[in-house]
Design a binder for this molecule. Sequence first.
Ligand code: 1AE
Length: 406
Amino acid sequence: MTVDQDYVIATYLVHGNLKFHKKAEEIAVGLTVGTWTDLPATKKEQMIPHLGKVIEVKVLNPDSNGIPKALLIIGYPVVNMNPDIPSILTTVFGKLSMDGQIKLIDLHLPDSLLSQFPGPRFGIDGIRRLLGVHDRPLLMSIFKQCIGLPLHELEREYQNQINGQVDLVKDDEIFLRDDYAPVLKRIEAFEKCNKRQEEKNGKKVLYAVNLTGPVTLLVEQAKQLSKAGASCLLLNVAPYGFDVLHRISADPDVNIPIIAHPAFTGAFYQSPYYGLSAQLLLGKLMRLSGADIVLYPSPYGSVAMPKDVALDIAKQLQCPNHIHRPAFPTPSAGIHPGLVPALYRDFGENTIINAGGGIHGHPQGTSAGGKAFIDAIQAAVSGLSLEKAAENAPELRSAIQKWGAL
Ligand code: 1AE
């Protein structure tokens, strides 16, 4: 067996007064064949292909409180798993996730396993092709007030957003009960707005409709929405589970891009001692499961995350792996036009600038909010300072007056 091709390799950060090598051995055996030293020789022979192995133990400097810590790197035979994320996570971090101060930092999957996941169906290039925008970061607007509003009010709000020249509009992730504006009606109404806009000025827009309801119906619902003319889907991935995203994105009848929302993921990545790293959760696993666009906190906005982590997530979503298309990183939350230069500098062209309050809260209204962002994006791409660009862009000027510039 070769380590690279026949094992899933998991890296853990462990804190505590532990015998790290012994702990690593216990994990490698405990999560694969259960027990080893007491097995009779014939049983051992039978179990060898299924036995986990310790690849490396790196003892690190103690943390700021003097608590010892180490990285444990352990390989798990691919033959123990089905090609799905529940299998992988249960193997590498099932019982273990409850066993003291241990955090799953990274996973390396061999090509044989990677290639059994289709990954993003559209990815960055596919979404750019759908929109016909190839030379700048994309702009996405978030419906902010939607709960409890009737369809005609949402339709007006939708039109205001696309008048602001945004490329995508997404439902808010908390838009779950849509009694006043049922999902099929929204799709019909908003896709009509998109069509009118395209006929008028050639500008294409994608509307990401929130997938909600019982998990057992989600794939069917995604197919129905796709068939009904939806142009994009939004999914709260963590509350439902990665496998749902995988099944929807792999379904040939769901031929539209999928946006992954990070709702609930903070419960898994925020602790330095427990859970999964944000890079693994929001980067590697989202891409593996088939998200075309992944939202997550930016280094600057209201729900911020450290810059190195945010950049690392973008890297995980985009790095070439010969098997999966790259997905769009979308650092979000509290984004306003004054942050665009910093976002462009850090994340480059292949990113999506995504805002709710930063669009709807514009002093001249929602459409002006979109326009201010587009001007800020064009300025960043042309190497113009925001202040200079604002001289000839009244909407951008108002936005900077309101929110400032980083
Ligand atoms: C990281 C998720 C951001 C999000 O879902 C959201 O709704 C942001 O809204 P604003 O831009 O902060 O108003």
